[in-house]
Write a protein of this length. Structure first.
Length: 322
């Protein structure tokens, strides 16, 4: 007797939900039907897979080993089913996952560059936290992730390629008290002031190497976008670690002041992440390669014009949520 996809799907749900009843409700079948699928799977593999414990279940070592693969197998089967059903329409489609900072400051230009070189391509871009990227890629929910490096940083199922280096500088309005101070500002001196960030907050900026053992700023305000955060900083309400290539014209024009904070500018990388071992789609591999070209880099950091996803054309479908 060989294991079937339905058996694996039932087991993956039981392992995730911790209950045969919950799995049956999710599958919209009877609980005995789920139990029968699992019984056949246990007999085939020669392992009990789980035992009942405290009103739920506890996976055996064999069950944990199977659970690690079952969800990916089910996800891959669903992905294959969708591709077969929509093969002609989806030939040029690409499902992109992006972190909020990349979506706001560079995704629009990279997508424009990509679609000009891949005629007929359609791109769906969705914003999610970096913490969810590895699982969403592994489950085949998206073809490629752009922006922050997926967590954990060395996920074995992913091919992670850096494609754009950036710097963040600390900025304030010319009238802010810190703008009138002379000399290098130690990091500790900045913590008593109000900080503004985009939706990822300070955690999304990876400040551990800079602040070290220092506490978090006394007041941090997370805005819906880094553009909104910059507007608050420009009006004198606080300070912000902003992308240097974004604020460079305003610093040159005097609308913003770069604060000489010790340890700045802070360098970072944006990454293009796909499934590895040949499991990535051809479109995902193409975008991953294009993102690292000098021409794409120049397009993403060039001054002027919209950079994000708010003003997309008909070729690009965008869904954003926090």
């Amino acid at each position: 007797m060989a294991m079937t996809l339905n058996q694996l799907k039932a087991f993956a749900l039981v392992a995730r939900l911790g209950s045969l009843r919950a799995a049956a409700q999710e599958l919209e079948v009877s609980e005995p039907a789920v139990s029968a699928s699992l019984a056949a799977l246990r007999q085939d593999l020669g392992d009990p897979l789980f035992v009942r414990s405290g009103g739920g279940i506890a996976l055996t070592p064999g069950g944990r080993a199977l659970a690690a693969h079952a969800q990916e197998i089910v996800g891959l089967a669903d992905h294959a089913r969708r591709e077969v059903a929509h093969a002609e329409a989806a030939a040029g489609s690409l499902r992109v996952l992006a972190t909020a900072d990349f979506a706001e400051h560079a995704a629009g230009r990279l997508v424009d560059y990509y679609t000009k070189r891949v005629p007929g391509a359609t791109v769906d871009v969705v914003v999610e936290p970096a913490a969810d990227m590895a699982a969403l890629l592994a489950n085949h929910a998206y073809d490629i992730a752009l922006g922050a490096r997926p967590q954990p940083p060395r996920h074995p199922a992913l091919e992670v390629v850096p494609f754009l280096r950036y710097q963040r500088v600390l900025v304030a309005s010319p009238g802010h008290p810190l703008a009138r101070m002379e000399g290098t500002l130690p990091a500790g001196q900045l913590l008593g002031h109000r900080w503004f960030t985009g939706p990822a907050g300070l955690d999304g900026l990876d400040l551990q190497g800079w602040l070290g053992a220092l506490p978090a700023p006394a007041e941090t305000i997370e805005m819906s976008s880094e553009t909104s955060a910059l507007a608050a900083v420009r009006s004198g309400e606080g300070i912000m670690l902003a992308l240097e290539h974004i604020v460079r014209p305003e610093i040159a024009g005097g609308a913003l002041v770069r604060l000489p904070a010790a340890g700045t500018p802070l360098s970072g990388l944006w990454w293009a992440s796909t499934l590895d071992h040949g499991r990535a789609s051809a479109a995902a591999r193409t975008l991953q390669r294009i993102a690292g070209t000098a021409e794409a880099t120049a397009a993403m950091v060039a001054p002027g014009g919209p950079r994000g996803l708010a003003r997309r054309g008909s070729k690009v479908h965008v869904a954003l949520w926090s």
